[in-house]
Design a protein around this ligand. Structure first.
Ligand code: GRF
Length: 203
């Protein structure tokens, strides 16, 4: 299956997929990395791995809707079967979801529905939870609100700050993403309301 990854940051999450896809048994190939940030570290990792890159910057478009449509066009150029948002800091809009809804997964560094949004790690730490984690979910029109594919719990340790906690979450997140993107790529995914079935067929 052909996977396009959306990333805005350093790309350590992407890197796990770029390692996994070298094994033909994984069932998915990252065919492109698309970013909204022209100098994102994720793009450098893609180039180093010989994977196509593209940048779709909001400032180049007259509106969020035009940017969203351009993003969808760009992803479509690579004939994506699945789209994985791995540290992509933009909301995917109607034009994108019309074309890739149900086939777009997002990984979030908290146990949704707790702590959605751009500061999930910081918010969990501030709340004082003893356990947080990460969530892989199907993207819907909301922010981190789509049906859950998989989750894993990660303990908060005494003395944690946002960075140490986020790094611990990222270790679990990379494994979760590789495990489930592989399963989805090999066996598909179907969504019934809030419930996701992986391996039941699909594109
Ligand atoms: C990941 O934890 C992702 O869930 C969050 O930002 C982090 C991305 O890190 N949205 P990286 O860019 O993959 O290193």
């Amino acid at each position: 299956a052909r996977v396009v990854v959306l990333a805005s940051g350093g790309g350590s999450t992407l890197a796990a997929l770029l390692d996994a896809h070298l094994d033909p048994a994984f069932g998915a190939r990252v065919v492109a990395v698309v970013s909204d940030v022209p100098d994102a570290g994720a793009l450098e990792r893609a180039r180093d791995a010989g994977v196509a890159c593209a940048v779709v910057e909001p400032k180049d478009f007259g509106s969020r809707a035009e940017w969203d449509a351009a993003l969808a066009e760009t992803v479509a150029v690579f004939h994506a079967d699945w789209v994985v948002s791995a540290g992509f800091m933009r909301i995917l809009g109607a034009a994108f979801l019309d074309r890739f809804g149900g086939r777009t997964l997002n990984t979030h560094p908290a146990l949704l529905p707790a702590f959605p949004g751009a500061h999930g790690v910081r918010d969990a730490l501030a709340y004082g939870v003893r356990v947080t984690g990460c969530t892989l979910h199907v993207v819907d029109a909301g922010t981190d609100t789509g049906p859950v594919v998989a989750q894993v719990a990660v303990p908060v340790e005494d003395g944690d700050d946002e960075s140490t906690l986020h790094e611990r979450i990222k270790v679990a997140e990379r494994d979760l993403l590789v495990e489930w993107v592989g399963r989805v790529a090999r066996g598909g995914l179907t969504v019934d309301g809030r419930h996701v079935v992986v391996g039941g067929g699909g594109p």
